[in-house]
Write a protein that binds this ligand. Structure first.
Ligand SMILES: [Zn+2]
Ligand SMILES: [Zn+2]
Length: 763
């Protein structure tokens, strides 16, 4: 007898754009269904995959088909809408269906056994004494132990390895020597869910907030798709609009997902949602497998109907999704930097379309993609042009650093106007925030004799001096050394530490304003769990006068007593050879400025720059996002960059420079059809050489730039070459999808090839 369910098409987490057919053993046929996990033989191994279709006919020689071994779910774990979403992601980001599905599932569902604990590492008592003995001969162990000693307590494995950029083996060596302890710690509760619940009567809405809520609510009730862009200045009460729209969604007996950047997923954020809704599921990167699975199951069973989380929460298996909110939608962290390289904003839109739900994007500085969608009617623009409580945006003053630095005067890191404003604020018992998007003490070690800078041996980067550790550190690979006293090029002495990092700013503030209480927040100081709260708590209570930090302090912080904000250098992002650098600069200045003047005392922002005439700075100073967007969008249109074209970046990395370049050329030729390769040995100039030839007759409107060395031409001793394909109407991504899959799945000996559709960075 022929069974309708005799075969299953199974998607595996492998970079092969096909599904695999397995025979379903008789006893499993009644329960197999799309969305169920199965264990299958693959080559000589067993793998967990997901059934995506059940079939009556195998569509191939049945004798070549092996049976699947186990069915892991009696009920399909993945609902149909998520399977469909995964297929869309596979198409959009150029990966396999199985890879996209793997990104949707919590890790514990991809294994047969789930982990219920985390690994912590801690320095043993007395390990300080060992530090000096490791310094010269065992630099990696030294880095691990120093990091642990600084943290002053247990550090999680992922955190430690991420922070030191090292492998696990130096940790094991240290354990052997008895200087660290490694333990598995069972984790049952999530610290984000343990904090206080913020309760109180909800504030009265302004007329604009009310209008925004009503527009979104209507769509949720009508059960159809509708996209919205909530364009509200900093402090205009966007979150309250989200909360009210969520209330309405629950009242309509539907569920909701709220995406926030990982960095804003703080106890305060969560407390606010829990205060309003009680049962809220929270998904973030620090959950253990088991915690994530518990949350996932609660959501799947309909116990939690509001989900708050970072990027991957867009996949939460809620029932009857009615609303997806993406807060700070312009944040680059919504883009995943590994396969599948999806952008959560785009996935949120697709998911809302499938679910016939409302999509609400919010930002004070919308991405040009979201802005153009609103301009062209693909989403509706909702404006919050005023701060709640009637406060106004802070005054922004530009400090021209060229004037601050006269002849014979050392370059100024903190200008006189900024310093005296901080001084006055402290005197008035108010607070200040100083922002600089660079950690360490000095980003450049410079030889005045031969004008060389000290660079990393393995990367295309100069070493940053970290004074606290007296180390020169490469921020790309983590390698560090004792700073040389002589120039590596000409052996002259007298190397200078130039430029500014957050460590130097902190140091300077202390020296210039004696008695000031300063704290620094950057990834150097925030290693231990709870370190953020350890600084933000005292700052909130007024026990700290000034906060110095990197992007960690650029957004979300809401402290009414902050009246002075300094952007120490507005130029750091401007010179990056990336088509998004102007947009990024505008966003950063606006977001940082938004930390000032959130209380009745008002505030003032100082933006220090060597290029006050830059457009991004001028528009930010005038708080004029719309004029900025108009101009920047025009620039993108004429250059043919997103949002007017899809961009696909193909990065080739390899130990051997010539091979990486040759591979990039081969890929270019494959994209172009079959054009002859160019002369070997000639490197096109930066950033890209424009390739005029049409794409093998395939698609008009497709342009290939490059190959060229990537702006960061080497990391960890690996050469990096890249190409950029721009796909503009009348062509679409679909026109070159097959060849992109071909490139992504291809075998490129000695090289690693990455295909990134609509990259957020091309460095
Ligand atoms: Zn020199
Ligand atoms: Zn390096």
């Amino acid at each position: 007898m022929v069974s309708e369910r005799a075969y299953a098409a199974v998607a595996l987490n492998r970079p092969i754009r096909t599904e695999f057919t397995y025979a379903v053993p008789q006893p499993l046929r009644s329960s197999i269904a799309p969305g169920a996990r199965v264990v299958v033989p693959f080559a000589t191994r067993r793998e967990v995959g997901v059934c995506v279709r059940v079939l009556g006919e195998p569509g191939m020689d049945p004798r070549r088909i092996r049976p699947l071994e186990r069915l892991l779910d009696e009920e399909p774990i993945l609902p149909g809408d998520l399977l469909e979403l995964a297929l869309w992601i596979a198409d959009e980001t150029v990966c396999s269906w199985g890879q996209a599905i793997a990104a949707l599932l919590p890790a514990s569902l991809k294994r047969e056994v789930a982990r219920r604990s985390i690994v912590q590492i801690e320095a043993t008592p007395g390990a300080e004494g060992a530090l000096a003995s490791l310094e010269t001969d065992w630099p990696k162990q030294f880095r691990v132990l120093r990091t642990l000693l600084e943290a002053g307590g247990p550090v999680e494995r992922v955190e430690l390895l991420g922070r030191t950029k090292l492998s696990w083996s130096p940790v094991l060596r240290l354990r052997k020597k008895g200087w660290v302890r490694i333990r598995r710690v069972p984790v049952t509760s999530d610290p984000l869910l343990e904090g206080e619940i913020e309760r109180g009567p909800p504030p009265r809405l302004t007329p604009e907030q009310e209008a925004a809520r009503d527009a979104v609510t209507a769509i949720v009730r009508e059960r159809k798709f509708g996209g919205f862009l909530l364009f509200g200045i900093t402090g205009s009460g966007k979150t309250e609009v989200y909360l009210r729209a969520l209330e309405a969604t629950l009242a309509a007996r539907r569920s909701a997902i709220v995406l926030v950047p990982e960095i804003s997923l703080t106890p305060q954020t969560v407390a606010r949602f829990r205060g309003r809704f009680g049962e809220v599921a929270v998904l973030h990167s620090r959950l253990t497998d088991a915690q994530r699975f518990d949350q996932w199951r609660a959501i799947r069973e309909g116990k939690a109907r509001v989900v708050v989380g970072a990027r991957s929460a867009v996949f939460a298996p809620v029932r009857d999704l009615g609303l997806v909110v993406v807060d700070e939608e312009h944040e680059p962290s919504f883009k995943q930097q590994q396969v599948p390289r999806y952008h959560a904003r785009d996935v949120a839109r697709r998911r809302a379309e499938i679910a016939e739900a409302a999509l609400l994007l919010g930002s004070a500085t919308p991405s040009l993609e979201a802005w153009r969608d609103a301009q062209e009617g693909r989403s509706r623009l909702l404006r919050l042009p005023h701060r709640v409580g009637g406060g106004s945006l802070p005054e922004i003053r530009v400090v021209d650093l060229r004037r601050e630095t006269g002849p014979g005067r050392a370059p100024t890191l903190l200008s006189r106007p900024l310093l005296s404003a901080v001084r006055d604020a402290v005197r008035r018992r108010e607070q200040a925030i100083l922002f600089l998007n660079r950690r360490g003490f000095a980003p450049v070690l410079y030889c005045p004799t031969c004008a060389a800078t000290v660079r990393c041996d393995r990367c295309d980067a100069s070493l940053t001096y970290h004074r606290r550790h007296r180390r020169a550190v490469c921020h790309l690979c983590g390698e560090e050394e004792v700073p040389p006293t002589k120039c590596p090029d000409c052996t002259a002495g007298g190397l200078l530490f130039l430029g500014a990092g957050s460590e130097r700013v902190e140091d300077l503030v202390r020296r210039e304003i004696p008695g000031i209480r300063v704290a620094r927040m950057d990834s150097d100081t925030m290693v231990a769990r709870g370190a953020h709260e350890g600084v933000l708590g005292p700052f909130r209570r007024g026990e700290i006068d000034a906060l110095v930090g990197t992007q960690m302090i650029a957004k979300g912080l809401d402290f009414p007593n902050v009246t002075v904000v300094g952007v120490v250098s507005a130029d750091t992002a401007l010179h990056l050879p990336d088509f998004r650098s102007t947009e990024r600069t505008f966003q950063l200045i606006s977001q940082v400025a938004g930390r000032a003047g959130r209380g009745p005392k008002g505030g003032v922002v100082f933006v220090q720059t060597h290029q006050p005439e830059q457009d991004a700075i001028g528009f930010a100073v005038r708080h004029d996002y719309e004029a900025f967007a108009r101009e920047e969008i025009e620039g993108r249109r004429s250059a043919g960059f997103p949002p007017f074209a899809r961009a696909v970046r193909i990065l080739v990395e390899g130990k051997d420079e010539d091979r990486a370049r040759a591979t990039a050329v081969r890929i270019r030729d494959r994209l172009l059809g079959s054009s002859p390769a160019p002369e070997p040995g000639k490197s096109p100039a930066l950033p890209f050489e424009v390739e005029e030839r049409p794409l093998g007759g395939l698609a008009p409107g497709v342009q290939i730039l490059g190959p060229a060395p990537a702006p960061i031409a080497r990391i960890r001793g690996r050469a990096r070459w890249h190409l950029l394909a721009k796909v503009a109407p009348p062509s679409t991504l679909a026109a070159i999808r097959a060849v992109l899959h071909d490139v992504a799945e291809g075998s490129w000996p000695g090289c690693e090839v990455t295909v990134d559709v609509d990259p957020v960075s091309v460095l």
